[in-house]
Design a protein around this ligand. Sequence first.
Ligand code: MF3
Ligand code: CO
Length: 249
Amino acid sequence: MINIKSDHEIELLRIAGNIVYQTHQYLKPFIKEGITTLELDRLAEDFIRSKGATPSCKGYNGFPATLCTSINDEVVHGIPSKRKLKNGDIITLDICACYKGYHGDSAWTYKVGEVSKEVSDLMDETKEALFAGLAMVKPGNRIGDISNAVETVAKKYHLGVVRELCGHGVGHELHEDPDIPNYGKPNTGPLIKEGMVFAVEPMLNLGSRDICMLDDGWTIVTYDEKPSAHFEHTVLVTHDGYEILTTGE
Ligand code: MF3
Ligand code: CO
């Protein structure tokens, strides 16, 4: 069942989304060679709590941290650790916060110092795929229109589309209906309606789409060990398009 949010719920989702955005902005200057992902995690948790919210990921199915920190060939759900960032790495911070029972969810891939041109292009192309998907968000379109738009951009650049993980509805639960795959056919899937809230989140690989899980039971990596990028926004469907909730000041 896909929830249509009430005005009150939308207010709380806006605040939650804004806290997630602020957390990204707060962390950005710390993303430098030498910092550990655990240090970033502590900063993020303290910041989220200082805003009156809680970290949605911490304890979610047993996940141990506030941030998912996924470096280079790690696609999603990297666990913060004593690993230090190095010049030339890319790191995705996937941040979820819960405000008065409502969630915001946004992932962004960042450069650590200077990265190679092909990795920088991968980031730009994945961001392009996110916004191509979002451009399809309006009442009357279908979820498959978003999926197809993301896939079309990925194909244009010959990137691997991770199929096992999807975008999703966001609300009182971090993951709600509908699933939003990053591949699919136009004019298929659930109808998009005003008042829905969901996260669109392409995960695109420089190599093949194949992934596997590390022994820690969380970290998903590319099978061929090539880098992967991930950009995600939570959006509200408006009467004629969408409003990004994980943005603003
Ligand atoms: N944004 C992540 C996702 O949609 C949140 C994961 S929480 C975790 O998959 F606990 F599973 F890490
Ligand atoms: Co998500």
